[in-house]
Design a protein around this ligand. Structure first.
Ligand SMILES: [Zn+2]
Length: 387
């Protein structure tokens, strides 16, 4: 790969013919049309969300360096931005009055309203640009190693770069597009943002059962995203039909896995809703995120709920009481050991060798109170299982 450092390209040059697409949220062209600001393998514009775009303008006004910018020299007169898209888009948006910064007095200031000397300072600022020439594969491989100005690329953003092509382009129009009216519905189940590729990543993860890279390799040249979209919608529709109330703890669950495991079972959404509300009202449940899988699995696996356990003071009191009584009778302080026939039937366990157990199990309505607490040796407690 051949690189040439250019230090005579100004903000004015770069912003000549700057085109910003409001709908797609990205800067498209600059340098009088010779520069493609967002080639298809680049990520979406995220500086506005991250609040970094006014920092770029402040840096220029204060004369701070903006860092290196990398162009891929496609041919003698055409370039693509490899690294610097966010900074260039911020500058282009500012000089086109797409956002304002705060001046020394804290007042909103857009470019066209600025004092002439400040405008000139911005126009004449020179950018440090490396022009890189080389094979596409070599350039992309290298791009994989770049981090853009303090916001590291997410794994999915890297994969989009490496597997760029019609499939990624179509999928991003669907899943990485903030204008998509479905985003709000999806957000009930998926955490993250469209711009940072979280929805696209989940869609891929679900359809590929976790093998995202394999799926992208296989479908890289596809001219449709039918399977991806249908599978994604099946998962979301299934989740929203089974669980009719939207709870914040639903966000970010492994819906793809839950769909695979449970979508063939039938559920009565009304009963499911009642059970969700009942469990949400139960003060002993520490993990509300587990409520959904607990119900899907037939309300058996209490481990998913992380039911509140007995505190140390309770355990201590119960241990002392049990042990005193057991010593008087010459039997083990674990009631299960005491009725056995091996050497443990008279063994006095240390507190650290025992665990607290619900006498009446939690799932059958037993409370986490001292009256319902019994200390068992670890082996017997584990055998009993249900906390
Ligand atoms: Zn025991």
């Amino acid at each position: 790969m051949k690189t040439t450092l250019k230090n005579n390209i100004t903000v004015k040059d770069i912003c000549e013919g700057f085109v910003y697409n409001e709908l797609e949220g990205k800067g498209l062209f600059g340098l009088s049309g010779k520069l493609t600001i967002q080639p298809e393998y680049q990520r979406n514009y995220i500086y506005a969300e991250e609040g970094k775009e006014s920092a770029v303008i402040d840096s220029i006004l204060k004369g701070y360096p903006l860092g290196l910018i990398y162009f891929h020299k496609v041919n003698s007169d055409t370039f693509e931005v490899l690294d610097g898209q966010q900074r260039i888009t911020s500058i282009g948006r500012f000089v086109n009055d797409k956002f304002a910064i705060r001046d020394e007095n804290g007042l909103q200031q857009n470019f066209s309203g600025m004092a002439k000397d400040k405008k000139i300072k911005i126009w004449e600022t020179k950018l440090l640009i490396y022009e890189c020439e080389g094979e596409e594969s070599e350039i992309k491989d290298w791009f994989k190693t770049i981090n853009i100005a303090g916001i590291p690329l997410r794994n999915q953003e890297l994969l989009n770069a490496v597997y760029s092509g019609p499939f990624v382009t179509l999928a991003r129009e669907e899943f990485s597009n903030r204008q998509n009216a479905n985003i709000q519905k999806w957000s009930a189940y998926i955490s993250g943002s469209a711009n940072r590729q979280d929805f696209f990543e989940r869609a891929l993860e679900w359809v590929s059962k976790g093998n995202i890279e394999g799926y992208m390799t296989l479908h890289r040249h596809d001219k449709n995203i039918t399977e991806l979209k249908e599978y994604f919608n099946s998962v979301v529709d299934w989740a929203s039909c089974v669980f009719t109330d939207v709870e914040s703890e639903m966000r970010g669950l492994e819906w793809g896995r839950l769909y695979e495991e449970y979508h063939k079972k039938s559920y009565n959404p009304k009963k499911v809703s009642e059970e969700v509300q009942k469990l949400y009202g139960d003060p002993y449940i520490k993990n509300r995120k587990g409520v959904f899988e607990y119900i899907l699995g037939g309300s058996n696996d209490t481990k998913l709920l992380d039911v509140r356990v007995f505190d140390d003071a309770t355990k201590n009191v119960v241990y002392k009481k049990q042990t005193t009584e057991a010593e008087k009778k010459g039997k083990s302080n674990c009631s299960h050991c005491a009725i056995g026939h091996d050497a443990n039937k008279s063994k006095i366990w240390n507190l650290s060798e025992m665990d607290a157990d619900h006498v009446a199990s939690w799932s059958k309505g037993g409370k986490t109170s001292i009256k319902n607490c019994e200390m068992l040796c670890k082996t017997h407690n584990r055998a009993k299982g249900n906390r």
